[in-house]
Design a protein around this ligand. Structure first.
Ligand code: 5HY
Length: 248
């Protein structure tokens, strides 16, 4: 199967890291195509960044539809544009937050999330509510690190994430921790060893869920709200979407 992993921010180094983490656990026969939009924020650290990055996610799904893609992963912990992206394809589209919440709930009755900035923590809170995992999650914690510190060698990012994970383990009464950023895709083993709790990271969780859905022959339902968009005129910079007839 051909799996397109979309990093919604435009930082190539992070896209590369996300692609490598996915390839390490992908099944034989799964081809990973890791991409990011041409236009958008270098990191996503709030609602505005998220809204702009969602358009880039749509572009990448439309590109993927011309590239024999069997499934998509949206590799930002806010799952930007997830439902809109599902409208554009019959293939499964999985957000890394949703994937991580599902996996965590399968191995623990209670988990906590450790993300980058407290201001993006609210986005994770909203997704927990939306996906129905509110009662599974004890706390959404933040290591208070800018997203791109994860790309900086020698930054204190890893140490601060480990500190926050220790606090979560000692204070939250949990059985597992969800790492809340695509840029943490390569940190699960290191942190799990340090903290002694199962760590769930969304990119690798989403790859396995995508493989399972494709293996079951399941794709995005086209009945109801995830049907292809109704063709209509778009104006200005979005004119190219006019009469986007996705029906096949
Ligand atoms: C992410 N931002 O996964 C989110 C993390 C966050 O650029 N990739 C980003 O802090 O919400």
């Amino acid at each position: 199967m051909r799996l397109r992993i979309i990093n919604p921010n435009t930082t190539v180094a992070m896209t590369h890291k996300i692609g490598e983490a996915a390839r390490r656990i992908a099944a034989p026969g799964t081809t990973i195509v890791a991409t990011q939009p041409a236009d958008g924020p270098v990191s996503i650290e709030g609602h505005f960044d998220e809204a702009i990055s969602a358009v880039g996610v749509m572009e990448e799904v439309l590109n993927g539809e011309k590239d024999a893609t069997d499934a998509y992963v949206i590799a930002c912990f806010g799952d930007p544009g997830l439902l809109a992206a599902r409208e554009l394809t019959r293939a499964p589209v999985i957000g890394i937050a949703e994937a991580a919440f599902h996996m965590a709930s399968l191995i623990s009755t209670r988990f906590s999330v450790v993300t980058t900035l407290s201001r993006t923590g609210i986005i994770a809170e909203h997704l927990l509510e939306q996906y129905g995992f509110r009662h599974h999650c004890r706390r959404v914690r933040a290591a208070e690190i800018p997203v791109l510190d994860l790309e900086e060698d020698g930054s204190s990012a890893l140490a601060r994430i480990i500190e926050e994970c220790h606090r979560a383990r000692d204070e939250d009464g949990i059985g597992a921790i969800v790492l809340g950023c695509g840029g943490m895709a390569d940190l699960t083993e290191t942190i799990s060893r340090e903290v002694g709790l199962p760590m769930i990271e969304g990119v690798t969780a989403a790859v396995k869920l995508a493989e399972a859905l494709v293996g079951l022959g399941l794709g995005t339902s086209k009945h109801g709200d995830l049907a292809f968009p109704r063709p209509k005129a778009f104006t200005g910079r979005f004119e190219g979407y006019s009469n986007l007839t996705r029906e096949r």
